[in-house]
Write a protein that binds this ligand. Structure first.
Ligand code: MLT
Length: 258
């Protein structure tokens, strides 16, 4: 497996580390104006760029995996000087959380799953990943933005959120998006881990998430001992961007309870 690397990150605030991992095909900036600014009062809020995204180098010849992403996060915690952190991941970032829990449980104080799922890809979904990798390699990011852009938001996204999503998606290098897609295709089934998670868990889910419907998420969260589940109104698959006040309040409330 390729060597883990230190990721680029942005931080605000002081105190124990609360680290955010973005989804596909996004970068750290999805968290900056709202979660980093809003939660800096109670934590050192950190948002990382997964390898190849934002300001992080690609490395590893584009051979990505959720395990490698998780090892990168652990190495970045070393760089930040944090033994443990509260770690939040949205969608693909949630897949990284499951790997992190399996590989580096000692680095996790609590887990915050957001608009994600525990299941592995079906055969049909795996074929879709290959198609995505092929499409971006041949045509760049525009077709992915055209097809995925409208599906990641709920019914009332602001212009700012739509612009930000467009910018992140079109700024992602096609070879990075292709490598992400193949890494997601190959990710493990994490449903077996749900009953074995022993740290505090918050699961946040947009009520209007069209990519990962909320009922499946609620059922997964119910299998994690003691997990707290909070639905985010006026939120789709990127609920923290669409309804930051509800998201930040749920996270702050959860962290206060630890
Ligand atoms: C994401 O937002 O990270 C993706 O929708 C995850 C996926 O495609 O499975």
């Amino acid at each position: 497996m390729p060597q883990p690397m230190e990721l680029a990150y942005e931080e605000r605030g002081s105190g124990p580390v609360l680290l955010f991992i973005h989804g596909f095909p996004f970068d750290r900036t999805m968290w900056v104006p709202q979660q980093l600014a809003g939660l800096a009062k109670i934590r050192t809020a950190v948002a990382v760029d997964l390898r190849g995204h934002g300001l992080s180098e690609v490395m590893s010849g584009g051979d990505f995996s959720m395990d490698l992403f998780a090892d990168d996060v652990a190495k970045t915690l070393d760089a930040i000087g944090a033994d443990k952190a509260d770690i939040a991941g949205l969608s693909m970032g949630g897949y990284v959380l499951f790997s992190l829990w399996r590989r580096h449980p000692d680095r996790v104080r609590s887990l915050i799953f957001i608009d994600t799922k525990a299941e592995a890809d079906s055969d049909e979904a795996k074929a879709g990943r290959e198609k995505t990798a092929e499409t971006v390699s041949e045509q760049g990011m525009q077709p992915i933005y055209d097809s995925l852009g409208p599906k990641v938001v709920g019914s009332s996204p602001s212009i700012e959120v739509q612009d930000k999503l467009k910018q992140m998606m079109l700024d992602t290098a096609p070879e990075v998006a292709a490598a992400d897609a193949l890494a997601m295709r190959d990710r493990a089934d994490s449903t077996v881990d749900l009953p074995n998670i022993t740290v505090p868990v918050l699961w946040l889910h947009g009520e209007e998430d069209a990519l990962m419907p909320i009922d499946g998420a609620r059922a997964s969260a119910a299998k994690i001992p003691g997990a707290r589940f909070v639905s985010i109104s006026k939120g789709g698959h990127v609920a923290p961007m669409e309804n930051p006040d509800a998201t930040n309040a749920a996270i702050a409330d959860f962290l206060k309870s630890l």
